[in-house]
Write a protein that binds this ligand. Sequence first.
Ligand code: TRP
Length: 353
Amino acid sequence: MSEFKPQIFSGVQPTGNLHLGNYLGALRKFVALQDQMDCIYCVVDLHSITAQLVHDDLKSQTRSITAAYLASGIDPVKHIVFNQSAVPQHAELAWIFNCVARIGWMNRMTQFKDKAGKDRENASLGLLAYPSLMAADILVYRATHVPVGDDQKQHLELTRDIAMKFNLDFAKKIKEIGKGVDITVGDQPVHAFFPMVEPLIEGPAPRVMSLKDGSKKMSKSDPSDLSRINLTDDADTVARKIRKAKTDPDALPSEVDGLKGRPEADNLVGIFAALSDRTKADVLSEYGGQQFSQFKPALAELAVNVLSPVNAEMRRLIDDPAHIDAVLKDGSERAGAIAEKTMKDVHEIVGLL
Ligand code: TRP
């Protein structure tokens, strides 16, 4: 092989309701990428037990993320949609990566530090090893491109570190079994079994902030439901949340520069721009000079128009769990076939009899 086959992989955890930020930042991007490469989209249920072990409704959360994938327009026939735990090779490769990655690498992860909080000794071992499972998710398909939010960049760098160490540590074996690919990393030639993944972070995706505090990201875990627009919110709720969104007393500026120091105004204009596939400058050329009392109804109407079809389809799917389970089963079988091949080679490379 002279090149890795281009392959997209990404995952979403089944914890909490998906919101507008997830839709604009992840789902819409996943949908757009379907025309460019083969895509594998996963519901990472094993990741969601790292921070909290016991969940009342993990199964229904997994179905709900799957419904969101499908309702947003991901095609589970052309591409692959499945849940992580149904393909046991993820956990198996993660174990091998636990032996590749160093404790020091894991201790440096900012997400671990944030999630573990002050009492790090009391965090689960799974939370520390989280990035190793994430690397396994991606590399068990030898995926080359991973659409993620900015906050996952460090985990992808770690994925590259794991791939690189594996490639170098097992260079001789990889040559022997003839499954490697000649790549250059920096200017170093490497005969690689695992590719160096590229994050896909750029794109139209804005950072969608809380509707109650323009300096905080819109979050599934914010105690105030008014801070976010959930994909399951009906039209009235979406409109009400936008009406109640925090703003300042000034009119909208006519230029993007005028949004500086006005995080709430910036956020609402950014949401408008993303929902209508326009630039903020373009939106302000139309709405500059208007009060929020005029802009908010326009934003609410736009949000309802864009989100209603997704919302309706999501509800329809959630009411048909048998269909969702069938989609996941089919996806797991197809994903499993690829993962099985990779693990067969990994056993050979590592020397597992
Ligand atoms: N850590 C990712 C997040 O919280 C979720 C995730 C798990 C993921 N495995 C992945 C994303 C593999 C991309 C690729 O957003």
